[in-house]
Design a protein around this ligand. Structure first.
Ligand code: NAD
Ligand code: UGA
Length: 463
């Protein structure tokens, strides 16, 4: 059996590496248009940082795992073609700001139709609006060259930072489709290492919709606890204690109840907005408004955090140095897409703060590019003032100590483990007084920090 995967990103790369590792008799060819990304997959510096991923790739690459830009050839040779390309929120035209941009998926389908000379199973791995498979099927059959296709939906549920473990031991694998034979072919691939009872099969539309729904439910939990964190700050309740108290109820459960500066990542916001758009499309205004609130609450949480910093620091951060610890959207990833840090830093910059940013995995180029994107207007233009601020008021430094040196405050925006190992007495010595710490991840111990002399402000805790 030969598998081709179009899209060598955060999902395509790790997912295919795991299939290749677990199924040595399947030849897996991952293709992408982006030559630099493919070169990185073929090097020792993989384009995606994930704990344990290097070992998985090293075991299979060169044996039955190949990365290249030969898209047409890979399609032609494969029995099964995964579509794992990006499906970002549309930024233009109908549905701008909400609907998923399906341009890349459609291009893949057309390319598969053009290059297929024998029957193919086409697998939707990208997250897609419900009923996309209908369009994919029509496009595939539009070439009219007699080749037949089966379309399956096989959404991915891995989380970044734990991708390898999630792929090794998933809670479930979901396969939606019409043809029993095609479903069974894909089941057999996963059954090489995943117990059969964890492989769920459904119809196409349930599978497509389950992916959007899972992300909406997860994000909703974060927004729910973040909403309560605001009330905690106003009343003296402690959000971590509330989370523990409600999480022990087996009907609620303890996971995904960590209050934070706001959820980030490439998918939660995009997928919920897509769900909102779909509901509106089907005339379900109340349902759309219900889910949209999850994103609005997240925006409120990010804004509330930067406003709290300004308010606490005597209503001005102008010309004050703020050390920013962490820029990735969560620990153990180099991904910054929709990271709360981007928006908090943008707001602080616009208050004229000087930011010294440290993240163990994110490059200076990425940080500047993200801030430019966040400052851009609808036409993608960044005004002169914002450009000057990004240029002059940001330094990207090599460790926590450099970020804190001569700083008026520290903002913890990602929960990297190494931030807990810092010598806080040394940090305190190097800072101005009062030495403010704004802990956007509730990572730091209040008693220990206060005994050193810090003024600690955490999420969902009044002082
Ligand atoms: P990504 O942007 O990291 O990677 C997508 C890749 O597809 C890019 O490298 C791009 O160059 C390539 N591509 C686009 N069009 C192409 C074409 N026509 N031919 C060849 N290559 C093409 O995206 P990602 O994070 O891997 O996400 C992919 C999909 O998986 C999305 O739908 C996303 O919602 C979903 N998803 C992502 C995650 C995650 O953790 N990132 C988890 C589950 C599901
Ligand atoms: C999420 C889902 O967990 C995956 O199942 C899904 O496959 C993926 O989206 C996707 O479709 O892209 P991911 O975004 O990688 O995975 O990471 P999460 O662990 O879900 O965290 C998302 C954001 O929520 C992070 O910013 C994280 O810090 C935040 N979060 C998470 C909280 O603030 N509190 C929590 O309790 C949990």
């Amino acid at each position: 059996m030969k598998i081709c995967c179009i899209g060598a990103g955060y999902v395509g790369g790790p997912t295919m590496a795991m299939i290749a590792k677990q199924c040595p008799d399947i030849a897996v060819h991952v293709v992408d248009l982006n030559q630099a990304r493919i070169d990185a997959w073929n090097s020792d510096a993989l384009p995606v940082y994930e704990p344990g991923l290097d070992e998985v790739v090293r075991e299979a690459r060169g044996r039955n795992l190949t990365f290249s830009t030969r898209v047409d050839q890979a399609i032609d040779e494969a029995d099964m073609v995964f579509i794992s390309v990006n499906t970002p929120t549309k930024t233009f035209g109908i549905g701008a700001g909400r609907a998923a941009n399906l341009e890349f998926v459609e291009k893949c389908a057309r390319q598969i139709a053009r290059n297929a000379k024998s029957h193919k199973i086409v697998v939707e791995k990208s997250t897609l609006p419900v009923r996309t498979a209908e369009a994919v099927k029509r496009i595939l059959s539009s070439e009219g060259n007699g080749v037949t296709f089966d379309v399956l939906s096989n959404p991915e549920f891995l989380a970044e930072g734990t991708a390898v473990d999630d792929l090794l031991h998933p809670d479930r694998v979901l396969i939606g489709g019409e043809s029993k034979e095609a479903i069974e072919s894909l089941c057999r691939v996963y059954a090489s290492w995943i117990p059969r009872e964890k492989i769920l099969t459904t119809n196409l539309w349930s599978s497509e919709l389950s992916k959007l729904t899972a992300n909406a439910f997860l994000a909703q939990r974060v927004s729910s606890i973040n909403a309560i964190s605001a009330l905690c700050e106003a009343t003296g309740a402690d959000v971590d204690e509330v989370a523990r108290a409600i999480g022990t109820d087996s009907r609620i459960g303890p996971k995904f109840l960590k209050a934070s500066v706001g959820f980030g990542g490439s998918c939660f916001q995009k997928d919920i907005l897509n769900l909102v758009y779909l509901c509106e499309h089907f005339g379900l205004r109340e349902v759309a408004a219900y889910w949209e609130q999850v994103v609005m609450m997240n925006d409120y949480q990010k804004r509330r955090f930067s406003e709290r910093i300004v308010k606490t620091m005597f209503n001005t951060v102008s010309d004050k140095k703020i050390g920013v610890w962490g820029f990735a959207f969560k620990k153990d990833t180099n991904d910054t897409r929709e990271s709360a840090a981007i928006y908090v830093c943008r707001d602080l910059l616009r208050e004229r703060a000087r930011l010294a940013i440290y993240d163990p995995r994110v490059s200076v180029e990425q940080i500047r590019a993200d801030l430019c994107y966040a400052c851009a207007d609808r036409n993608g233009q960044v005004c002169g003032t914002d450009r000057d601020l990004i240029e002059n008021n940001i330094t990207v430094v090599d460790d926590c100590y450099a970020a804190a040196d001569q700083a008026h405050a520290i903002a913890v925006l990602t929960e990297w483990d190494e931030f807990k190992q810092v010598d806080f007495a040394k940090v305190h010595d190097a800072m101005h007084r009062p030495a403010f710490v704004f802990d956007g991840r509730n990572l730091l111990d209040r008693e220990a920090m206060e005994s050193i002399g810090f003024e600690l402000h955490s999420i969902g805790k009044s002082r």
